[in-house]
Design a protein around this ligand. Structure first.
Ligand code: HPA
Length: 290
C-alpha cells in the first residue's frame, strides 16, 4: 500500500512493517528506536554491529532523497536492550505525506519501542551554541502548520487524536541522559552539562532569512530545523517517551553573516562523529534501562 487510496490505514501499515521487521531480524520486540538525522549517520556504528540491516523501502517506507540519509534500519543488541536504528529519515519537504514522514516512528512503536530518540541537524539561534555541539531538545515550536494526527480518527486501540504535549520531550529522560553523559565525559572539554533548547520546526527546504531567525528568537527558539516535530508528536501519541537531540551544524541565518549550505551540515556531523556516537550510546543505554 502506498497511502494513495482512501482506505489506507497508516497504523495497520506500521503493524505490517513491524511484523516484517520481526521476521527479518528474528527479534520479537525492540525497546528503543533511534532516528538518525542529517550529520548523524556516521555515529550509528558506535552503537555496535547490527544483527540485521534492511532497507526502509522493504518496510513500506519511502526512499530518502537527501544526502546523508541512507534509508536503512538496523537491529542492534546493547546489553539487555534492543535498539532499532533508522539511518536517515524522510522529510515532508521531499513531498511526502506526513503519515510517510512518521512511518518509521509508528513502525518502531508497533515493534515494541517505548522510547524514541530523535536526532537532527539544526541551525543555532542561541548565541551561546557552538558548531558541532549537541543540544537536548526541551520543547518545540511546530511552525509547519501541520500535524501527523490530522485525518481520520486513529482506530482502536490507538489513543484519541487530542494528545497532551505538556511533557513532549520527557524531562526525566533528559535529566537521566545528562547525568549519564556527564559520567562518560560528555559534553567534552569541561564540567558543564549538556545544553538544552527549544527547537523550531519549519517546513523548509530553503533555509531561513535573517528576519525569520530574529522572529524565531523572539518566539523563544534556540534551534531551527526542518524535521523532528511530526515524529515527536506521533511518538507521544503512541505513548512513547521522546528524547530529542540536535547537532548544531551552523549558526542560523544572519547570526554570523555567513551563507548556509547542506554540505556544511553533513560535514559538521562527520567532524563530531565520535562525540555523537558516545552520546547516542548513552541515550540508548539510559532508555533501555527504563
Ligand atoms: N535552518 C534550518 N534547518 C537546518 C539548519 C538551519 O540553519 N541547519 C541544519 N538544518
Amino acid at each position: 500500500m502506498t497511502g494513495a487510496d482512501d482506505n489506507f490505514d497508516p497504523y495497520e501499515h506500521a503493524e505490517e512493517a513491524a511484523a516484517t521487521l520481526a521476521a527479518r531480524s528474528g527479534v520479537a520486540a525492540h525497546d528503543v528506536a533511534v532516528i538518525l538525522g542529517s550529520g548523524w549517520a556516521p555515529a550509528a556504528d558506535a552503537l555496535g554491529p547490527p544483527s540485521m540491516e534492511m532497507a526502509m523501502a522493504d518496510l513500506g517506507g519511502r526512499a530518502a532523497s537527501v544526502a546523508g540519509h541512507s534509508g536503512t534500519v538496523r537491529s542492534v543488541a546493547r546489553g539487555e536492550g534492543r535498539a532499532l536504528v533508522f539511518v536517515g529519515r524522510v522529510h515532508a519537504y521531499e513531498g511526502h505525506p506526513l503519515h510517510a514522514v512518521v512511518h518509521a516512528v509508528r513502525t518502531a512503536l508497533a515493534a515494541g519501542c517505548r522510547t524514541v530518540v530523535l536526532t537532527n541537524a539544526a541551525g543555532g539561534i542561541n548565541p551561546t551554541y557552538r558548531v558541532g555541539q549537541a543540544v537536548l531538545i526541551s520543547d518545540h515550536l511546530n511552525l509547519t502548520g501541520r500535524s501527523p494526527l490530522s485525518g481520520p480518527a486513529p482506530p482502536e486501540p490507538h489513543g484519541p487524536r487530542f494528545v497532551d504535549l505538556t511533557d513532549l520531550y520527557s524531562a526525566s529522560l533528559r535529566a537521566q541522559v545528562a547525568v549519564a553523559a556527564a559520567s562518560r565525559g560528555l559534553p567534552p572539554g569541561g564540567p558543564a552539562t549538556l545544553a538544552e533548547g527549544v527547537y523550531a520546526g519549519l517546513p523548509g527546504p530553503h533555509y531561513e532569512t535573517p528576519a525569520e531567525i530574529r522572529m524565531l528568537r523572539t518566539l523563544g527558539a534556540d534551534l531551527v530545523g526542518m524535521s523532528t516535530v511530526h515524529e515527536a508528536i506521533a511518538a507521544r501519541h503512541g505513548g512513547a517517551a521522546v528524547l530529542g537531540i540536535s547537532l548544531v551544524t551552523n549558526a542560523a541565518a544572519g547570526v554570523t553573516g555567513e551563507a548556509l549550505d547542506h554540505a556544511e551540515v553533513v560535514a559538521a556531523g562527520t567532524a563530531a562523529t565520535a562525540d555523537l556516537g558516545r552520546l547516542l550510546a548513552v541515550a540508548v543505554d539510559v532508555a533501555a534501562a527504563r
